[in-house]
Design a protein around this ligand. Structure first.
Ligand code: AMP
Length: 547
């Protein structure tokens, strides 16, 4: 450990060094060198900040305009100067650095230098403040931070708050840096079990070097199915007896039930318990300690309700009584990752299924049907049945397989009927006209090409007026740059887009455009990194050309 490494400025200097090189290896070298020197208790915040995660207490809900108003207050910058700076740099963090540059710390009221724990505690406060006057309190905290920081520190404070450091340090790079620091080869598998880099850093910081097992109330990355085109491909993929399950059209939920308390997590690792209080309380009353994996669907009796009904449950702090009765739920459990004080992810699926069948679940929780099939004919029949019953298709699973968190490894496959859709990330939102004036209603979306997002289309149909209002609020929070017609946003929201066909196009950076795109739904369960890739688009384009 080296002297002074608690100071936020030293961390910022490291971040600047990381930004200054485009070499992945050099970035890892710089970060692991930093990690080796810091006192271990700083490791979790360090890793989270690098990834633009300001706090574990929740979202900060500090947007662009709040930062700009705090900056103007602290520096006396007027709107014109601010606009000029913004035009010059195009990045709020860089603007803040320039605005404070040369002023040294003469603005500082306090003598002491900003430390990493102090920054963490301010971020936690920003996340926790709620209520009517929250904007005032938040602005005060921001002003306090800006007053106390140097230009360089202020730049990174803002970048972390906005959730995007733009230093080219991805989750993979942070993991590789941790692996190098601690000389660990299995870090990626650990990461997927512990669900997030910050938690992994906490474990390493505590000196615990044993392989992890799922932990209470810490979501494990979800195992996912690989897509196949048709029944024949599904059959030949395994060519043996497998379990066929209906592909329910709802939301994937991982339920953590410990000491008569339950938390429900989405694929984005978000705690969504508040949206499904009756599922949580039914599970809590079961008197067991377990982690379950399954799909929650809106269902009236045994009839599935359309997906947009389920959406009424999401994004609410608390679900009101009317919605509870208008959108009744069923939770179909298909896996178990932990029970009887031990992890089960390294056990075979057939064993985990037996474990599951030992529980007697309350009515709202059902064990998902899992039907052994061994011929192409049997798969064909059960697939047809699933579509008749209104399900999305099938998920076929190898009974011998262990649970591999976060992987689409081929031990599970999915078979769907529909024309493929693209899951794309919103990167830019435009103000609407007429009835939609004042609302961000047109969304440019992008897919991954390696580490970069490339745009592939713009959609303005498919969402209800309510959803557009909701989106406008969310997108404003995500803004990183304003232009004359809209806002460039941090990649965070994934849309499932259906379309008529794919065309070659020079209007979009991907080189392709979706024709007649329509938003099928907002994929609340997907993180931006889960969006589709350009490779998939190219594959679909080639299939279309063949036809
Ligand atoms: P996709 O999002 O198209 O890649 O499909 C994977 C999703 O299907 C999972 O994340 C679940 O939300 C959903 N799903 C529905 N039924 C099942 C099932 N029986 N087993 C696994 N996943 C399922």
């Amino acid at each position: 450990m080296t002297e002074g490494y608690e100071e936020f400025s030293i961390f910022c200097e490291t971040l600047d060094k990381v930004a200054s090189t485009s070499s992945k290896n050099e970035k890892i070298e710089i970060l692991s060198d930093h990690m080796r020197r810091i006192p271990k208790h700083l490791l979790p915040s360090t890793c989270r900040f690098i990834l633009g995660i300001a706090s574990t207490k929740g979202k900060l809900n500090v947007g662009w305009s709040l930062i700009v108003s705090a900056l103007k207050e602290v520096t006396g910058l007027d709107e014109k100067k601010f606009r000029n700076l913004y035009l010059k740099f195009g990045d709020l963090g860089d603007v803040v650095e320039e605005a404070l540059a040369g002023k040294g710390r003469y603005l500082s009221l306090k003598e002491e230098r900003l430390t990493l724990p102090a920054v963490q505690s301010s971020f936690d406060s920003l996340a926790e403040i709620q209520g009517e006057k929250s904007v005032i309190y938040k602005r005060r905290i921001l002003q306090g931070l800006l007053i106390q920081s140097s230009a360089l520190e202020a730049k990174y404070l803002v970048k972390i708050i906005l959730g995007d450091l733009r230093i080219g340090a991805t989750e993979g790079i942070v993991l590789d840096s941790l692996a190098k620091t601690f000389n660990l080869s299995s870090i990626r598998d650990w990461y997927l079990i512990l669900g997030n880099v910050g938690r992994l850093a906490e474990k390493l910081a505590s000196g615990d070097m044993g392989a992890p097992s799922p932990e209470p109330f810490i979501p494990v990355a979800f195992m996912l199915p690989l897509p196949v085109q048709d029944v024949s491909e599904a059959y030949h993929h395994f060519a043996k007896q497998v379990f066929a399950e209906y592909k329910y059209d709802g939301i994937r939920l991982q339920a953590h039930i410990f000491d008569n308390k339950t938390k429900l997590f989405t694929r984005r690792m978000e705690d969504i318990t508040g949206s499904f209080p009756e599922i949580a309380s039914a599970l809590s009353s079961m008197n067991m300690n377990a982690i379950l994996d399954g799909e929650a669907v809106a269902a009236q009796g045994d009839i599935q309700l359309p997906f947009h009904k389920l959406q009424l449950r999401l994004h609410r702090r608390k679900v009101v009584k009317e919605i509870l009765s208008e959108v009744p739920m069923k939770y179909f459990v298909f896996d178990i990752l932990y029970a009887n004080c031990r992890g089960l992810i390294d056990q075979k699926l057939s064993y985990r299924k037996i474990f599951l069948s030992n529980f007697s679940f309350p009515d709202i929780v059902r064990m998902a049907a899992s039907i052994p099939v061994k011929s192409e004919e049997e798969i064909k029949n059960i697939f047809a049945k699933s579509l008749n019953l209104g399900y999305e298709g099938l998920v076929l699973k190898d009974p011998e397989s262990v649970y591999t968190p976060g992987r689409r490894g081929g031990a599970w496959i999915k078979l769907k009927k529909e024309m493929e859709t693209i899951d794309a990330v919103i990167v830019f939102a435009e103000w609407g006209n007429g009835k939609r004036a004042g609302l961000l209603s047109d969304y440019t979306f992008a897919v991954w090409d390696g580490d970069e997002l490339k745009t592939i289309g713009k959609a303005y149909s498919g969402l209800t007026d309510e959803e557009i209002k909701d989106m406008t609020l969310r997108l404003k929070q995500l803004g990183i740059r304003e232009t004359w017609n809209g806002i460039q946003v941090r990649p965070a929201i994934v849309l499932e887009v259906s379309f008529d066909s794919i065309q070659i196009s020079n209007r979009h950076t991907s080189g392709f455009a979706l024709r007649f795109p329509r938003i099928k739904r907002i994929r609340e369960d997907k993180k931006p990194e889960d969006a589709d890739t350009l490779d998939k688009v190219i594959r679909l384009y080639q299939l279309q050309v063949k036809k």
